[in-house]
Every structure is written in structure tokens, then in C-alpha cells.
Ligand binder design. Structure first.
Ligand SMILES: *Cc1c(COP(=O)(O)O)cnc(C)c1O
Length: 231
């Protein structure tokens, strides 16, 4: 079945605008990250026509495979699990790692960045809803360890990322997003000189409007642009 990318993207733009109006925000504040996992390169290329130039992939191998074909037009974000032994595969290919989910990974990443004399923008992944199946720091775990990030100077923490529970319960989804928003403020109120939380990456195809209302800056949209895939 053919997917109508143009129509899908227009609907997402409308949805973002609608949520922004509701929240009294400007739509220019919101970055739409197109999640391109499992999508073919030829299809991905179609989205630049709509000024979508940043893409999210969840597997290092997939970034490695698509990078040469897309690097002239797009910037890659890693949004999925990263094992330390895969860091070198993506370190020179992504502009941001949104899924920093442990101190161990942060340390390993910092070490490899220092070798290359480079820095990396990162978001800390937080499991706000404390679901067994989700990766990321719990809120307590993050607050207990937050000062450790000062040790890793080449890892530039720019904000937080979360996934809401997969549910139709709007209240639970909002609570998760609100939790991440509050966490950002809690951290910023401590005025650390080694990190300032600027961005919240939250909201996917089924909940991005709620996320924008709750303060998201980056929404990660796959299905609503490219149609249903088997992840
Ligand atoms: C797949 C994925 C998305 C996009 O999900 P959709 O429901 O297809 O919009 C967003 N964030 C992460 C971390 C993902 O793995």
C-alpha cells in the first residue's frame, strides 16, 4: 500500500500547530524529528521537501547502513539503546544521542569522545513512569547520580528524553510528560555549571499533542509520517 507522505506530514504540521495554539506556544519552538527506523532511503529522501532535515534511528547498525546515502541531506539522532561496543559505529555520524541511559554508557562515550577530541550533544533518557520494560534512569536514580555528569566533560547534556506508557489513558500520559518537565526545572534550579537542561524530547505519533501541551521541545514522529511498520 502506498503511503501518502505529503498528506501525512501536512496532518502532523496541523497537529503541532493545533497543540501550540492550545498551549499558547509558537510552533517555531517545536522540532519535529522524523523517526525513520525501518524506512527505505528513497522514501526518507521525500521528506526534505517539507523541510524535515533531522531524522531519528534507534539502531546503530541502521545508522551505519543509511549514513552515506543520507548524510548530505539529513542529520541523524540516535534514539535507541546504545551498547558501549557500538559507540564507535555512530560517534562521527550523529548530531545527538537522545538515549543516554546509564552512567556506565556516559563514561564509555566520554572516553571515546576524548580520544577523538570531540564533544557530543546528549539527552538523558528517563523512565518517568517506572515501567519494568523501559530503559532509562528512574527519577531517583538520576537525582542520586546527577553530579557524576560533571566528570564527563565531552558529553554535553542538553536535556531529557522520555517515552510515555503505551496507553489510551490521557491522564497517565500527561503525568509522565509533566514529570519530565518538573525534573528539568528541578535540575536547572540547582544551577550546576556543568549542565543546563534546554530540551525535552517527548511525544510520539499517538501522544505528541499532549507532549507539546506539557512542554515538549522535540517530538519524535514515525508512524504518523511513514505509516504503520513492524518495529
Ligand atoms: C519508534 C520510536 C518513536 C516513533 O514512534 P511512532 O509511534 O512511530 O511515532 C519515537 N521514539 C522512539 C524512542 C522510538 O523508538
Amino acid at each position: 500500500m502506498d503511503v501518502d507522505i505529503k498528506n501525512n506530514i501536512e496532518k502532523v504540521f496541523e497537529g503541532v500547530e493545533e497543540a501550540c495554539i492550545k498551549a499558547g506556544r509558537s510552533k517555531e519552538e517545536i522540532k519535529i524529528l522524523a523517526v525513520t527506523k525501518t524506512v527505505d532511503v528513497d522514501i526518507i529522501k521525500q521528506i526534505k521537501e517539507y523541510s524535515l532535515f533531522e531524522i531519528g534511528e534507534n539502531k546503530p547498525q541502521e545508522i551505519e547502513r543509511k549514513y552515506e546515502l543520507l548524510k548530505d541531506d539529513f542529520k541523524f539522532h540516535l534514539i535507541g539503546n546504545l551498547q558501549s561496543n557500538k559507540i564507535n559505529k555512530i560517534i562521527d555520524k550523529v548530531v545527538m544521542i537522545q538515549s543516554l541511559d546509564s552512567i556506565k554508557l556516559t563514561e564509555a562515550l566520554d572516553k571515546r569522545l576524548k580520544i577523538r577530541n570531540m564533544t557530543m550533544d546528549c539527552l538523558i533518557e528517563v523512565n518517568v513512569s517506572n515501567e519494568e520494560s523501559k530503559s532509562g534512569f528512574s527519577v531517583t536514580e538520576l537525582m542520586d547520580n546527577i553530579e557524576k555528569f560533571s566528570l564527563y566533560e565531552n558529553v554535553k547534556i542538553r536535556g531529557l528524553m522520555t517515552m510515555a506508557p503505551f496507553t489510551d489513558d490521557e491522564y497517565r500520559i500527561r503525568k509522565t510528560f509533566e514529570g519530565l518537565y518538573n525534573l528539568k526545572n528541578t535540575i536547572n534550579n540547582r544551577h550546576y555549571d556543568f549542565m543546563v537542561m534546554e530540551y525535552l524530547s517527548m511525544g510520539m505519533s499517538h501522544d505528541y499533542k499532549l507532549a507539546i501541551e506539557e512542554g515538549s521541545d522535540i517530538v519524535r514522529i514515525g508512524t504518523s509520517i511513514f505509516g504503520k511498520r513492524n518495529y
